[in-house]
Design a protein around this ligand. Structure first.
Ligand code: T4K
Length: 371
């Protein structure tokens, strides 16, 4: 009996390496609140990503909420974003009292179609929150041009884009800020965790206070903050996983190349093209099924895989602008491409230790669905 295969499987350092890393925590009894592991992890990551500031969080979602809050946008301000993303992006905007305005994505890398942003700008627009979905880089140059022209902030949801580079620059360097997720399911994980990267020195203190109940020192409380702190055990996991991240990405590359060798040139299957000028991290492997040509639709392939103990995922279906909780608030009128892709896409299992035999078997089952 074969073991079940899930869409991903977290990478973990050797146990002894982690135990060694957490010894200091045991000895110091300093468990959370920006201790020495936090500071070491921060210094290493700022150097690696070549960005002056990184603030860590207990997860990517609260990191995104905090950076939005830190920008002090007027309540009811409009934020241009895409619905082809995880619930977090849209929820963060709404939970911060802002209104998402949905822009379509392009049908090549599934990021925001930068050509369609300007038409959505009104006198209420305050920001653009694009998503480097699947680790694909958005058109950062076109987005900067339109944001500069209209004096808008840009916050990237870079949850998937850790370690990705565009024209040699890390994904952490674009826009006013970028948010990363270090959840267990990501290319790089701290068990749970997240971060915001940015250049503006003045944001450092504000973000650190916002994630700690808005407290400054011990007697002043300038912000209505919550608790979004990362703990020292997660920071220690980050330090360990950072040592292995290059190897992780290169193993993922091997898996992706194997998938491509089986699935390229199959009529009715569309794979994302490799992005120009981008050093990818191979975070996800999305495949589109065109029923009219392939003979089976995405849901049929999904079910066939599941019958064989292979649990691919429909990232990202449904679109966030169709969620029940937003009933009556949004339409998909401006997001036809996103809608179509969300109905056709399946993200296949992808992680460093996925064996070539398993990739071959997954592709064999997919190809058996072709009619
Ligand atoms: N923005 C974007 C664009 C995002 O994609 C996300 C998160 C965020 C923001 C927010 O970041 P965080 O606040 O989460 O840091 C998963 C992740 O939970 C979520 O982090 C991620 N995006 C999203 C795309 O995927 P689910 O609900 O699909 O995950 P789940 O728990 O079903 O896990 C997927 C598979 O991974 C499981 O079937 C089995 C495997 N798995 C999972 C865990 C947790 C393991 O083998 N071990 C594990 O420990 O959301």
């Amino acid at each position: 009996m074969k073991e079940d295969i899930f869409v991903t499987r977290p990478s973990m350092p050797p146990l002894e390496e982690y135990v060694e890393e957490i010894k200091e925590i045991w000895e110091s009894h300093w468990l959370t609140n920006m201790g020495s592991k936090y500071k070491q992890f921060q210094a290493e990551l700022e150097k690696m990503l070549d960005v002056p500031h990184i603030v860590f969080y207990c997860n990517g979602h609260l990191a995104l909420e905090n950076i939005i809050e830190a920008m002090d946008f007027p309540k009811g301000g409009e934020v241009i974003t895409t619905p082809f993303t995880f619930a977090s992006t849209t929820h963060a905007i709404v939970r911060c009292g802002l209104k998402p305005v949905f822009c379509d994505i392009n049908d090549s890398d599934y990021t925001i179609d930068a050509k369609k942003i300007e038409a959505l700008i009104t006198n209420k627009t305050v920001a653009i929150i694009p998503v480097h979905v699947y680790g694909n880089m958005c058109d950062v140059e076109a987005i900067k041009a339109v944001a500069d022209k209209h004096d808008l902030k840009v916050i990237y949801d870079a949850a998937h884009a850790f370690s990705v580079k565009y024209k040699g620059r890390s994904s952490a360097c674009f826009g006013d800020a970028s948010m990363f997720s270090f959840h267990a399911t990501k290319v790089f994980n701290t068990i749970e965790g997240g971060a915001v990267s940015f250049h503006d020195d003045e944001l450092v203190q504000k973000l650190n206070e916002l994630k700690n109940f808005g407290i400054h020192g011990s007697e002043e409380v300038p912000y209505i903050g919550g608790n979004a702190r990362i703990n020292e055990f997660c920071a220690a996991m980050g330090i360990c996983n950072l040592r292995h991240v290059d190897e992780e990405i290169s193993k993922r590359k091997t898996v992706v190349e194997r998938y491509r060798s089986h699935l390229k040139n199959v009529a009715g299957i569309k794979l994302s093209p490799v992005q120009a000028d981008v050093e990818p991290n191979y975070a996800y492997f999305p495949v589109l099924f065109d029923e009219a040509v392939f003979g089976s639709n995405r849901d049929e392939v999904f079910t066939k895989l599941a019958e064989n103990g292979i649990y691919a995922r429909k990232y990202f279906y449904p679109l966030t602008n169709t969620f029940d909780c937003y009933k009556g608030m949004f339409t998909t009128d401006n997001t036809h491409i996103a809608l179509e892709i969300s109905m056709k896409v399946l993200t296949l299992p992808l992680y460093a230790d996925l064996s070539m035999d398993d990739v071959d078997r997954i592709c064999e089952i997919i190809l058996l669905c072709k009619k």
